[in-house]
Ligand binder design. Structure first.
Ligand code: HEM
Length: 150
């Protein structure tokens, strides 16, 4: 069970990063009906992966690995959780814009995306990727025993 949960944690983490990179590539190009639909799908995959990462991560903290007491006294874990929350909050902006496209996409119409919005989304996606680098650093440090306070 321990290995299955660890596997799902990693699988969801890789899926999340892949969907983020794919969103980044699509948003750099002029918006088309097909790229708008893909962006929405990718954002959905991103959301499901984030939920799966969280659930599997919590299961690992509470039931598997080193025990909750270890993680709750570990600075690297706190760093990882803070970065996870910041990335989650950042992801609200693109998601809100993609959700607003639903009526246009239902009628197979190209949704509106102003140059300013596209630029902001690109910036947010970049920041999210930077946040994920911090999360992975925190994950490795806490797994290897760094950042532990008694
Ligand atoms: C985008 C978000 C996340 C990514 C990319 C991520 C990535 C990783 C990676 C790569 C590892 C393996 C570290 C290693 O063995 O060297 C790991 C381990 C772990 N993660 Fe995450 N993680 C994320 C979110 C979370 C969350 C939200 C939690 C808790 C609620 C969590 C809890 C854990 C735990 C408990 C381990 C085991 C560490 C150990 O072996 O002691 N992770 N994570």
């Amino acid at each position: 069970m321990n290995m299955l949960v660890a596997f799902l944690h990693h699988l969801a983490a890789f899926t999340l990063v892949s969907s983020l990179v794919a969103e980044m590539i699509l948003i750099r190009q002029p918006l088309s009906l097909s790229s708008a639909k893909s962006l929405r799908t990718l954002d959905g995959i991103y959301g499901v992966s984030a939920m799966l990462i969280l659930v599997m991560g919590m299961l690992r903290v509470i039931y598997f690995e080193k025990g909750a007491a270890y993680y709750l006294h570990n600075h690297a874990f706190m760093l990882k959780m803070t970065a996870f929350i910041v990335v989650g909050l950042l992801s609200i902006y693109p998601t809100m814009i993609f959700l607003r496209w639903a009526p246009a996409l239902k009628q197979n119409q190209l949704p509106l995306l102003s140059p300013a919005q596209a630029k902001n989304i690109r910036r947010v996606l970049h920041l999210e990727l930077a946040g994920i680098v911090i999360i992975i650093l925190g994950a490795v440090l806490m797994a290897k025993g760094a950042g532990f306070t008694a």
